[in-house]
Design a protein around this ligand. Sequence first.
Ligand code: ADP
Length: 302
Amino acid sequence: MTARLLDGRPVASHMWRDLSSRVAALAETGAAPPRLAIIIFERGGSSAVYAGGIARAARSVGVEPFEVEPPDGVSLPDLAARIGALNRDPSVAGIVIAQPVAAHLELPRVVELIDPAKDVDGATPLNAGRQARAEAAFVPATALAVMRLLHHYEVPIAGRRAVVVGRSPVVGRPTAELLLSAHASVMLTHRRTRNLARETRRAEILVVAAGSPNLIRAEMVNRSAVVVDCGINVTEQGIVGDVDFEAVRPVVSAISPVPGGVGPVTTMCLIEQTVRSAEALHARAEQDESLGRFAHRSISLE
Ligand code: ADP
């Protein structure tokens, strides 16, 4: 029997419909389209591909993307002023950093400059901390995409044994947190794990985010496993995941393809969080306005 395919495209289109109507609802109130700032340090390369993908998805639902390109050699205080202006600008709903950041800067110091309320890719320590405490937070888009994919295909999570391969702060760790919040029993594995195959074979849900093509082979999985592949590796054979798809598909119960699995859902998750931020900004503006009217009235009554 061949595994069920966890195709990301219908999940992304489902999300697209929902998000388009939410952005349209905001527009009906007369609000300007929400904007998404993409901070980019490097022209070309993977940053540009990433930024281009996000910008297209944003535009498709009515969110206005714009790139912010700090000058070469920008100092941290200068960058802080630039990001601070985006934080204060009520038309900006989301701020994301296209990695890599310039070599003279440290990513954590750059990320900290973003207002957590606009951190729609869940990159700031505050959002990571909130997530670790299972509080409402913006979370890294890939981690959210894994969950959306599992929910869409009605994969049971509560009480299941989940194994995550990779512990990066962008994918592995936050995915493990979300699986835990959804009541899975989670094991995180990584480069130092002894006998990786022994651990992955125990997984009922196996999420792979190791950045290593064909790391997961047929003998490393369980027949009942649902496999989600977060890998995006550029090889001579094109883009491949971290799972040997051809070999693993026949021996598991479900598997996500690369490309076309987690990827398209990830971009939509980023836009979803941007729309959520725009809705919150809008609600706050309306509240301020009605408070303002009230204050005005009470003054005029005196
Ligand atoms: P990503 O952005 O997909 O999370 P990173 O390169 O940031 O990728 O992180 C890779 C993660 O995968 C690290 O936590 C590393 O320990 C893990 N990893 C890489 N190769 C292996 C391997 N061969 N076995 C187990 N874990 C691995």
